[in-house]
Design a protein around this ligand. Structure first.
Ligand code: XMP
Ligand code: MG
Length: 178
């Protein structure tokens, strides 16, 4: 890592191991069932791609394009929803796949959007949960990866002004205001 504004927080190897563990828990929970994975764009797409290849289940994928950061490092409470085609999830098992949980506004939005379509079951899988985040907003994470301090992170799908998404690890970004 040669960008001085980045500090490694979760290595690529740690992520690989965690994704395998999460996939095993999900496989056990949905064995013999068909599952719809709903990925929240853009951040969770890297996680989705790695996770789905470990699942060995009958799956369909769908996308929700939400934005709450508007390019900055402080979350906005208002979630912007850019409409994309969405799978029919009524009566099906649905798992929302999210990269990171901060205030919980995005996951709550995704949850309510899916719940309205009356799936048979609705659960959440989040790779990174910020410590003390989502208090009282969306506390329910069924499959949880890492817990990190409340710092702004990039990499493994997460961006700052669309930069850093391709990094195979998660790093803390020192923002100019810090
Ligand atoms: P909320 O506050 O809705 O945030 O739980 C979830 C969404 O905000 C983005 N997010 C981040 N993106 N570094 C990022 O690059 C971060 O530290 C971070 N924290 C939250 C992310 O898109 C997530 O879905
Ligand atoms: Mg996200």
């Amino acid at each position: 890592m040669n960008d001085p504004s980045l500090t490694l927080l979760i290595s690529a190897e740690e992520i690989r191991k965690k994704v395998r563990e999460l996939a095993q828990s999900i496989r056990n929970a949905y064995r013999g069932e068909e599952l719809v994975l709903v990925s929240v764009l853009k951040g969770s797409v890297v996680f989705l791609v790695d996770l789905m290849r470990e699942l060995d289940l009958d799956i369909e994928i769908g996308f929700l394009y939400l934005s709450s950061y508007l390019g900055e490092t402080t979350p906005q409470t208002r979630v912007q929803h850019y409409i994309l085609p969405f799978p029919k999830i009524e009566g099906r098992h649905v798992l929302i796949v999210e990269d990171i949980l901060d205030t919980g506004a995005s996951l709550l939005y995704a949850w309510q959007h899916c719940a309205e379509m009356k799936p048979q079951s609705l659960k959440t899988c989040v790779l990174v949960v910020k410590e003390g985040g989502a208090v009282g907003i969306f506390p329910r994470v069924d499959f949880q990866g890492f817990v990190i301090p409340r710092v702004f992170v990039v990499g493994y799908g997460l961006d700052f002004h669309e930069k850093y998404r391709h990094l195979p690890y998660v790093a803390r970004l020192e923002t100019p205001s810090e």
